[in-house]
Design a protein around this ligand. Structure first.
Ligand SMILES: [Ca+2]
Length: 156
């Protein structure tokens, strides 16, 4: 039992933080599971690794649209351990994929935007409402930018 209201308040705040941290860990675990699911879905032959074609399919699934040359370069960068699969083909394993995906998101400017837009689970996850707010704000800014551009002759 807390001695006074100040102590009680302190305990309550500390407990809320602990519960909040536990929720964040849970969200991170769920996110990791989601990524692993994406990896498994892209692994068409089910050998636990992604060959170049499977990797290209996965990026397409994630709406990352790249040329063949860009894909080849990224595949090469992601493939850090260079362990060939059976048959000598270079492949990407789950760990390499997770590091690549985290690396995509781990950019200072993105972290700042994400942090600024996430309130409930600051910097870790975005709620549907927060995403809606973000998109609405972004769209307004795009419209403002378009409107502020000089109208070229021939435009209505
Ligand atoms: Ca495979």
């Amino acid at each position: 039992m807390a001695k006074n209201s100040s102590t009680a308040h302190c305990w309550s705040r500390t407990l809320r933080r602990i519960v909040g941290a536990a929720k964040n860990i849970e969200i991170q675990k769920e996110y990791e599971q989601h990524l692993k699911g994406q990896f498994a879905a892209a692994d068409e032959d089910g050998n636990g690794t992604l060959a170049f074609r499977e990797f290209a399919g996965l990026l397409q699934q994630l709406n990352i649209d790249l040329s063949e040359g860009q894909l080849a370069r990224i595949f090469d960068e992601v493939n850090t351990d260079r362990t060939p699969a059976v048959g000598g083909e270079q492949v990407i394993d789950e760990q390499e994929f997770l590091e690549f995906y985290h690396g995509l998101l781990d950019r200072q400017e993105l972290r700042e935007i994400f942090r600024a837009c996430t309130h409930r689970c600051r910097g870790l996850a975005m709620t549907v409402e927060e995403l809606h707010q973000f998109l609405t704000l972004q769209q307004r800014q795009q419209v403002r930018r378009l409107v502020s551009q000089p109208i070229s002759p021939g435009c209505i």
